[in-house]
Design a protein around this ligand. Structure first.
Ligand SMILES: [Zn+2]
Ligand SMILES: [Zn+2]
Length: 454
């Protein structure tokens, strides 16, 4: 088997792996780099431009995995796109949103190549999507060779899967993004059991050591306590969230906590793509039962749209709980806008519940807070704000703890382990820990676009 990691910059970046196995050429994920712009954000598709592709796989609908799928599908129009049943509806929705975001960014940043694809490319993706049920094996034949494909639940976000490929008795597993613990809306990952030959492993949390006492349940409890404190001092609470997955989980947590009386009742505000995703989750729940979410949750919370006329520095009039994307407070997004109103007022509070890249505004604000800096600069608004609102972090990550992934790799007795989806320090921890725990295994931290044989 040969493979090329097409993610140009390493890191979490634009995930895409090209794999040659027997008669088959496969592409696993087609991401877009969340921190790069324009063509730079694409995987290195040039490296495979002369190759034919038999199947494109989509592990889940976060942009670092799906964001350039219309381009890989346009380059290889014959290839079916294999994914899970929930992604049949989620994938086109996320891609259409991505077109709108690129159109806006194209104007703001003066990037003539934006949008990188059009709605007709998404229409093509929609036609090529092939949904497989979890755990059901499917056999594909080509030129007398055969490939067996099984998708496994990966937790992480609705529709997420790990991909298992069996070829001539060899098992190859692509973990995708994984969370073993259950979320309120989703059961945890069930990765393939037994011995594996080659394991492609995500490494997101390689540098994060969880404090012993904190697990998901205690973190939720701590979050509810913090929201209560902010509401008691008559402040407004902002929770920046990813539109796909985390927003719906937070809605469910709020609704259940208000229901059982642990959280004070307060108006809840939200807007944008995440609200639309709630409708999709409700439909997927009705059709497949794979997501534990329904629209009654929104009704019970009585969600309202925020005042569109917010001004940086001027405190929000409509107090309550704001559940806004983006999760990393990317410039100009609703969470960024609300934060610029809340931050200079000490009655308010910001609660971060997911990963923030250090280069994003969310990451920079967390760093400024940790360094006890007095001010934070909202660059997009040219507004220097005093940091007076409370700022807290809660570990509700969608990614497995590093120790859990390490245990999984050990239990798989994999002969080859290929690291991906992590910054260099995170990969280093996995590289060293795996080498120590599995001295027989070949562990690879691949150089982008270089061909490897395993
Ligand atoms: Zn993801
Ligand atoms: Zn990812």
């Amino acid at each position: 088997m040969q493979f090329l990691d097409l993610n140009k910059f390493g890191e979490i970046g634009s995930n895409a792996t090209f794999v040659k196995i027997g008669a088959f050429n496969l592409l696993i994920d087609s991401g877009l780099h969340p921190k790069k712009n324009g063509n730079e954000a694409l995987p290195d598709y040039n490296a495979i431009k002369d190759e034919s592709i038999d199947f494109i796989f989509l592990t889940h609908c976060h942009l670092d995995h799906i964001g350039s799928l219309p381009i890989s599908a346009r380059n290889h129009p014959e290839a079916p796109i294999i994914t899970t049943v929930p992604n049949l509806s989620l994938a086109p929705r996320m891609l259409r949103n991505s077109i709108n975001v690129m159109k806006r960014q194209g104007e703001e940043l003066g990037l003539s190549e934006y949008p990188l694809y059009l709605h007709r490319d998404v229409d093509h993706v929609r036609k090529k999507l092939l949904g497989l049920a979890f755990g059901k094996s499917r056999l594909f034949n080509k030129n007398g060779d055969a490939l067996e494909v099984i998708l496994h639940p990966a937790g992480h976000v609705a529709g997420a899967c790990a991909v298992e490929i069996i070829h001539q008795g060899k098992r190859i597993v692509f973990s995708g993004d994984v969370l073993f613990e259950a979320q309120r809306t989703l059961p945890g990952a069930q990765l393939p059991k037994g011995e594996i030959d080659t394991l492609f492993l995500e490494t997101t949390r390689g540098t994060t050591q969880r404090e012993d006492a904190s697990n998901r349940r205690t973190e939720v409890h701590r979050l509810i306590e913090s929201i209560n404190q902010i509401l008691e001092r008559k402040g407004t609470c902002l929770i920046p969230v990813f539109a796909l997955g985390r927003m719906q989980e937070i809605f469910k947590i709020l609704q259940e906590s208000m229901d059982d009386g642990t959280l004070k009742r307060a108006p809840v505000y939200s807007t944008g793509l995440g609200i639309d995703i709630c409708n999709y989750f409700d439909k997927i729940n009705q059709r497949t039962g794979l997501i534990d979410f329904n629209l009654k949750i929104l009704d019970e919370l009585g969600i309202k749209a925020p005042d569109p006329k917010l001004k940086p520095g001027r405190n929000i009039k409509n107090k309550g709980i704001y559940i806004m994307s983006s999760g990393m407070m990317v410039d100009y997004t609703p969470s960024y806008k609300v934060a610029a109103s809340l931050l200079p007022h000490e009655d308010n509070g910001l609660c971060f519940v997911g990963y923030c890249d250090p280069d994003t505004s969310g990451g920079k604000l967390l760093e400024a807070h940790q360094q006890h800096e007095k001010n934070f600069y909202f660059e997009a608004y040219d507004y220097l704000s005093p940091i007076r609102a409370s700022i807290e972090r809660f570990d509700l990550s969608g990614h497995a703890d590093r120790e859990a992934l390490l245990d999984y790799a050990i239990s798989s007795k994999a002969k080859n382990i290929i690291l991906n989806h992590g910054d260099s320090e995170a990969r280093k921890w996995f590289f060293e820990s795996l080498q120590e725990a599995m001295p027989e295994a070949k562990v690879l931290d691949p150089v982008p676009s270089k061909e490897y044989s395993v």
